[in-house]
Design a protein around this ligand. Structure first.
Ligand SMILES: [Mg+2]
Ligand SMILES: [Zn+2]
Length: 202
């Protein structure tokens, strides 16, 4: 059976992207953005599998040693786990743009054939803050959710059907979105209440 994925850019979408170096290479630079925890919890409650996809320029070179990436990355994943959030897959392109690799967003090279075959294209979404994220969604043929860089993660509320219907079509016709929204709304009524009740107790 095909799966409904929420693809998520990392820097500027889930965590704060430094405006000078664009590099999160130490623990003190790690800041999870507003609305991200509850937003990801809701996506999970709505039946999405989470997939992180990120370009990390020069990862593993002197300009961005592997260890400097891993420390804040591991801490971030730990915070997510503590909040019941797990990622099914994490895809990282470690190349510089000049290397012209096949895996840098908006290219699709990080997704192998088997994984691509598992994607429910009509129901999957891509969240990101850059044009490359939008083009990635377009290349894959899924809908795109624009996130403000270092801003608040898009709110997914009781009007989720409208929210999804109004998303720009990334290779999809507008008709498909009506059923999509209705299904989501139905799924959300039960599972959202459960998750919200649990998070309010904390
Ligand atoms: Mg970004
Ligand atoms: Zn690459």
């Amino acid at each position: 059976m095909k799966k409904k994925y929420a693809f998520l850019d990392r820097d500027g979408t889930l965590i704060h992207e430094p405006t000078d170096t664009f590099q999160i290479d130490s623990l003190d630079k790690l800041k999870i953005l507003d609305g991200v925890i509850v937003g990801l919890q809701k996506l999970i409650a709505l039946g999405f599998k989470l997939v992180m996809i990120s370009n990390q320029d020069g990862l593993g070179t002197a300009s961005f040693p592997q260890k400097d990436f891993e420390v804040p990355q591991e801490r971030m994943l730990e915070i997510f786990r503590e909040n019941g959030i797990r990622f099914d897959k994490i895809f990282i392109c470690p190349h510089f743009p000049k290397e012209n690799c096949a895996c840098r967003k908006p290219k699709l090279g990080l997704l192998d054939e088997k994984f691509r075959a598992s994607i429910d294209l009509e129901r999957s979404l891509m969240y990101g803050d850059r044009e490359t994220d939008r083009l990635f969604a377009l290349n894959l043929g899924i809908k795109f959710v624009q996130v403000p860089t270092n801003g608040h993660f898009p709110k997914i509320g009781t009007d989720y059907a409208t929210y999804v219907r109004n998303l720009p079509a990334g290779g999809l016709g507008g008709e498909d979105c009506t059923d999509f929204g209705r299904d989501l709304r139905r799924a959300s009524l039960k599972s959202l209440k459960k998750i919200l009740a649990a998070s309010e107790k904390k």
